[in-house]
Design a protein around this ligand. Structure first.
Ligand code: FES
Ligand SMILES: [Fe+2]
Length: 379
């Protein structure tokens, strides 16, 4: 954000604290519990929101240097992202052309990706570079290169299409509407701290919902997060994406500091949600990403939680923040989501209620419904 935008957002947060109010929706909303349970809907969501929509899977800083790579999975598809020697970003299905094994694990820097099964090796632009007993095979051709996926690193985030046929232009422009909100964060220069994977017994939307309201801070996080943060919320929409900010308690001191001296990031946590539900958390000194995807069935999901450190900040501090947030998420939030899932399954004909004080949760349920149940929105 430009500094004038930081000042404006910080002032909005201060105003909400001083008046003990938050940005709210106009009315309450109900959602049928079936949206967390229905198999046909879940199949449509997988197709419309994940396989047909660009996915934000990492920070560009994770593959900043020529010769670097990182690996992950999305919707069960193994992915390797590389930056080749010429500095060009690539994404590939992480599957060897020989018999499908992985050609890279973890992250790092190297000249070649090597399959551990029989030793085929690939250049960072995906070309097959060599294989033991080459004479035992037909001559190599382009069909033996890694399968390339469309990829972009706009706004310092890595965005991919999970199908090779997705338009590169669609992937490249996926973040255009929210790009101004990320300007100045230098996410292309961050250093990776750690990534954890959680397998959760709750619908993916139930888990995304956790990152969109502070109504639960004073109860679920009474002894963990609440002593540090207030629940006053400031929300913004950026096309298909959103930002929900809530302040650190130290924001109370900012009124005594001249605005020109306010730092380049607000004294707040800012959850930026990239369609269809990846949350990029920006804190004053670090950042995290929560990527939630459908799991094996409507009642399960997979979460990838990644932490990164600002360019110049001590990495141990970023690690402490990452672990603090991750432990709260695992011990408190995910437990609540799994209990909610069990509850709505036991009350399958019932509804879930979203208050005026949960505007972001409302926004995202509308968004997901528009993509998967458009007929309902016309009623
Ligand atoms: S599967 Fe990769 S070399 Fe055989
Ligand atoms: Fe929470």
């Amino acid at each position: 954000m430009e500094h004038e935008d930081v000042i404006a957002l910080t002032q909005r947060l201060i105003d909400r604290v001083n008046t003990n109010t938050s940005d709210e929706a106009g009315e309450t909303m109900t959602v049928p519990n079936s949206v967390f349970l229905d198999d046909a809907l879940w199949q449509r969501e997988r197709e419309a929101l994940f396989f047909s929509t660009p996915q934000t899977i990492g920070f560009a800083g994770e593959v900043a240097k020529p010769g670097s790579f990182m690996t992950t999975e999305s919707m069960g598809i193994p992915i390797v992202v590389t930056r080749d020697e010429a500095g060009v970003l690539h994404a590939f299905i992480n599957a060897c052309a020989h018999r499908g094994s992985r050609v890279a694990d973890g992250c790092g820097e190297r000249r070649r990706l090597n399959c551990r099964f029989h030793g085929w090796s690939y250049a960072l632009d995906g070309r097959l570079a060599g294989r033991p007993r080459d004479d035992a095979f037909e001559p190599a051709n382009d069909n033996l290169n890694l399968i390339e996926l469309p990829v972009s690193d706009c706004s310092g985030l890595i965005v991919v299409g999970l199908r090779p046929t997705m338009s590169q232009s669609v992937v490249h422009h996926a973040l255009d509407d929210i790009a101004p909100a990320f300007a100045g964060y230098a996410l292309d220069k961050v250093r990776p701290v750690e990534t954890r994977r959680y397998d959760v017994r709750a619908n993916w939307k139930m888990v995304v919902n956790l990152s969109h309201e502070s109504y639960h801070f004073a109860t679920l996080h009474r002894d963990s997060l609440s002593p540090l943060m207030t629940a006053h919320a400031v929300t913004d929409e950026f096309g298909d994406h959103t930002r929900w900010a809530f302040p650190l308690r130290e924001i109370a001191d900012f009124e005594n500091i001249d605005r020109s001296q306010w730092p380049s990031r607000p004294p707040a946590t800012m959850n930026h949600t990239i369609y269809p539900g990846t949350v990029v958390v920006i804190n004053p000194n670090d950042a995290q990403m929560l990527r939630v995807e459908p799991g094996r069935d409507p009642g399960s999901s997979v979460v990838y939680y990644s932490g990164v450190c600002n360019d110049l900040h001590p990495i141990e501090e970023a690690r402490r923040a990452y672990e603090f947030g991750g432990d709260i998420f695992n011990d408190e939030d995910l437990l609540a989501a799994e209990q909610c899932q069990q509850g709505v399954a036991a009350c399958a004909q019932g509804t879930t209620i979203l208050g005026r004080n949960e505007p972001m949760v409302q926004f995202w349920h509308r968004k997901w419904r528009q993509a998967t149940q458009p007929a309902l929105d016309k009623q």
